[in-house]
Every structure is written in C-alpha cells, then in structure tokens.
Write a protein that binds this ligand. Structure first.
Ligand code: DX5
Ligand code: ZN
Length: 218
C-alpha cells in the first residue's frame, strides 16, 4: 500500500520544502499538463529535472499531455522513476511503454473516467502499473467518482489473472473518506493532493491515509 502525494496541491513557490514535507510517502506525484490534453498548464521537463535533484522520494510523473509517444520517454531519461501516459493520447502505447522502460523507469498507462479498460488489457504485458482516474483529469480538489470502483476491480482482476506484480493506482478525490473503498476495490497506490497538502501536517495526512489503506491489504 503506497501513498503518492500530488504536488499539484503544494505551494509551487516552495517545491523543495513541499517535497521534504512528504519524505515519509512512497512517491511524489507530479502532474504534467500541456493545456491541450487537459485545459490546464503546469510544468515540464526542466522542472522535473530540478525536482529530481532535491526530492527525498522517487517521482511518479503523470503525463496529461498530447503525443506522449514523443514526450514520455524524455521524462524517464531525465531520471523520473515512474512515468504514466494516457492511452487516450497515445498512438503507439506499446512502443511508448517500452521506451519508458528502456530508459530505466517504471511504465504505466492511465484511463480517464469515460475510458473503458477492456480494450487495453493486453497492454498489461508492457507496464508496471495502471492508473484509474477517479476524477476528470486537469485539476486538483475535485469530487471523487465512486462509479470508477468497478473499473478498479476489473483492472485488479485482470492483473490477478495474468500474475506478476502490476500496481493499480487511483488518482482524484482520494481522501480519508474515500481511500478505503479504493483499497477494497483493489488499488494499492493512492494519489492524494488536497487530502495531503490541504492539511496542517502533510506527514500526518500521509500516515492516516496509509493506515486506512492498510486495513484493506489484499
Ligand atoms: C488531476 C490530477 C491529480 C490531482 C489530484 O488531474 O491528476 O493528481 O492532483 O488532486 P486531488 O487529490 O486534490 O483530487
Ligand atoms: Zn495525477
């Protein structure tokens, strides 16, 4: 059970100290948005490179960008330890996943709330994690979509059938009141932005989320 706080809800003027505040987490989730795949713009490779130099935890880069086939491998080459691209934006997801892995990172694909998982089941052979979005990508602080839980179960089932070690991540609206249903459905990596950085103590929030998720360890 791993916690990946999203720095989208952190203070962008103080990212180094914001990363240090979540040193007890497993990952730092970095939301890369290009204003095309989603209607919001955040950061790109130069900032990821700077974060890598100071982060106490590995970086979990979530690319909400067009043409990940072209851009995703660069994040792995820069040193990001996990790189997730959206299947809705990828032209050749197999080649993209392979390029990410060849550069030494864990590879993952993400599905938006309106995207079915079934057509992508064969892609499990190429990745280390699947991200099931529990909000429409683009912004932090949105309401959790409980109607995505059947998809989390479906992914967990497919992973179980295949065997091997593929993680199932949820992202969007994950908080102390929603994390248990995610864990129960089969998620094992939990992204949380406002539920960590919106609290007085990010470390306490990470500990609480972890404790709630652990109750449903599979
Ligand atoms: C949304 C991002 C999320 C976001 C989650 O597009 O992918 O990672 O930061 O924020 P919360 O946890 O506040 O919903
Ligand atoms: Zn994200």
């Amino acid at each position: 059970m791993q916690i990946s706080p999203s720095i989208l809800s952190a203070d962008f003027a103080n990212l180094q100290s914001e990363l240090e505040a979540i040193a007890t987490a497993d990952w730092a989730h970095v939301d890369v948005m290009d204003n095309h795949f989603v209607p919001n713009l955040t950061l790109g490779p130069p900032v990821v490179e700077a974060l890598l130099k100071v982060s106490p935890v590995p970086l979990d880069c979530h690319l909400m960008i067009e043409d990940p086939d072209r851009w995703a491998p660069g994040y792995a080459e820069a040193g990001a330890q996990s790189v997730t691209f959206h299947v809705e934006a990828a032209t050749d997801p197999v080649a993209t996943a392979r390029a990410i892995r060849a550069a030494g990172a864990r590879a993952a694909f993400a599905v938006k709330p309106g995207t079915d998982f079934a057509p992508y089941e064969d892609l499990l052979a190429e990745v280390d994690m699947v991200l099931v979005m529990t909000v429409e990508p683009g912004f932090g602080g949105q309401s959790f979509m409980a109607d995505q839980m059947p998809k989390v179960r479906q992914v967990r089932e497919a992973v179980r059938r295949r065997g091997g070690e593929i993680w199932v991540q949820v992202d969007g609206g994950v908080s102390a009141s929603t994390i248990e249903q995610c864990a129960e459905a089969g998620a094992d990596v939990f992204v949380a932005g406002s539920a960590v950085y919106g609290k007085d103590s990010a470390a306490d929030a990470v500990a609480e989320l972890r404790c709630l998720a652990e109750k449903h360890r599979h």
